[in-house]
Design a binder for this molecule. Structure first.
Ligand code: GLU
Length: 470
């Protein structure tokens, strides 16, 4: 390409929630622009008015910001190649569409819906792929319901795909694609070509479902006298059972991952792994490392499987490596955003900080934090104890009551509890299970002695005294 700068784009249609697949594409487009000091653009493909969903565009920006892949140009940011919403670029499409009519590469068609349906049905009955029958091709209509691309007969159309090499298509298998619809809006095929050209896009990383459209685009580029950007296609992400990730099957919405408390950097790392093999054979790598090494030519062509368990593991790795204050801040931010998950509890900042060393190794997602640490912030339901256990408890209360605040530290507490346990001839496992349940309300919890230190003498004794004999 002759453009001075690498320019990449995503071109999402605002038809629903922010889909994880969009950001899988976006990551590669964004990283390639960053690696080359270029620009990453968001263009909103809103020409399908029937599928338009209010708020969908906002959801895309919100997710981009969350991932830290903020774009350089878009409807919200502006830029000199705008407008960046297709519905605001209708004049441009019309101009080029009409120039194609002048050059004899496009024609008006006034076939009614009923006629088209009849033709389709006839072809299907003959076991032929349903295609337009060229009824209006040579009628030279001055206007019509739609404008169609005149696909030449008996030609090989060769598309250069940067990962797969040259792909050959037989023009006889390609339909006379509608370019302008009856509502005056362009179809995707016309709009994408015009926009990618006018916005000087040099590289397009997109899903492999668009490969079959590329010969139509190639013809449009040729007829309009433009150079085609470099094309790279990523394989479709699948569920572990190999089915396609869809709204009904698998978690596709970015908001699901946000709400589950996955870290955005872990998700990006995982998405990168799905499409690309790190030459250093590493599974965990930073975004900067990725940008440094990524070339879209190295993208995989085999369908990756989205395994949430692996994502969870990666997220846990990121949490383990995170600076403690940073982790504490992330937990706070998460708790504020999803306060409904935190009951009535307010997460005291200092208290959260103190608990971090206890849980950093165990938490995989931010949502796990509260599941483990609820007892620091909320009262626990006093357990009902057996007679033996309540005897042990009484002895423990006596010992713990007399130690002074200064000695209320994990190691000392541990020693005292072992002494009590042994003096009562209790089994250690049973004794500590009783203590854990009384203090934390759970059978599994962060380390008990440290938890008791953080909770403090008063709270611990209160919980011990509240436990009841069955
Ligand atoms: N609007 C298309 C989509 O929603 C964009 C395809 C492309 O990147 O060319 O996926």
């Amino acid at each position: 390409m002759n453009y001075p700068q690498v320019r990449t784009r995503i071109a999402p249609s605002p038809t629903g929630m922010a889909h994880i697949g969009t950001f899988y594409q976006a990551l590669f487009d964004w990283a390639w622009a960053k690696r080359n000091g270029g620009k990453f653009i968001v263009r909103i493909e809103d020409t399908d008015r029937e599928r338009f969903v209010e708020g969908a565009e906002e959801a895309i920006y919100q997710a981009l910001d969350w991932f830290g892949m903020t774009e350089d140009e878009s409807p919200r940011k502006g830029g000199k190649y705008g407008p960046y919403r297709q519905s605001e670029r209708l004049e441009s499409y019309k101009k080029y569409a009409l120039s194609l009519v002048d050059k004899g590469h496009a024609y008006w068609c006034d076939c009614s819906k009923e006629r088209l349906e009849k033709v389709r049905a006839e072809m299907m009955a003959e076991k032929k792929p349903p295609m337009y029958d060229h009824h209006c091709r040579d009628r030279n209509l001055e206007s019509g319901l739609v404008l169609r691309l005149k696909i030449p007969a008996n030609q090989k159309i060769i598309v250069k795909e940067e990962i797969r090499g040259e792909i050959e298509f037989d023009s006889n298998t390609i339909d006379d694609q509608v370019l302008l619809k009856s509502d005056g809006f362009p179809t995707y095929h016309l709009a994408v070509v015009v926009d990618d050209h006018e916005m000087e896009i040099t590289d397009i990383v997109r899903g492999e479902e668009w490969i079959s459209s590329s010969p139509k685009h190639k013809l449009l580029y040729d007829y309009l006298g433009w150079e085609m950007p470099r094309l790279y296609h990523t394989p479709i992400i699948r569920n572990p059972d190999k089915s396609k990730m869809s709204k009904r099957h698998g978690h596709t919405s970015v908001s699901y991952y946000q709400e589950s408390g996955y870290l955005p950097e872990a998700i990006l790392n995982y998405l990168a792994l799905l499409g690309w093999k790190n030459p250093d054979q590493k599974d965990v790598f930073s975004l900067d490392e990725f940008i440094d090494k990524f070339d879209p030519k190295d993208l995989n062509t085999v369908g990756p499987v989205f395994d949430e368990k692996k994502l969870e593991w990666l997220s846990g790795e990121y949490i383990r490596q995170m600076d403690k204050d940073e982790l504490s801040n992330r937990i706070q931010t998460y708790a504020k955003k999803y306060s409904e998950k935190f009951g009535s509890a307010k997460l005291d900042e200092e208290l959260v900080k103190k608990t971090i060393p206890l849980i950093q190794e165990r938490v995989k997602k931010l949502a796990d934090y509260y599941l483990l640490c609820r007892f620091f912030f909320e009262d626990v339901t006093p357990p009902k104890l057996s007679e033996d256990a309540s005897k042990w408890l009484q002895a423990t209360i006596e010992k713990l009551t007399i130690i002074d605040e200064k000695s209320w530290v994990a190691t000392r507490l541990g020693e005292i509890m072992i002494e009590v346990c042994d003096s009562q001839s209790a089994k250690r496992g049973d004794f500590f299970a009783m203590m854990r349940l009384t203090i934390t309300g759970e059978k599994i919890s962060p380390p008990l002695n440290e938890s008791m230190e953080i909770l403090g003498k008063e709270k611990c004794l209160e919980r011990l005294r509240d436990a009841r004999v069955q």
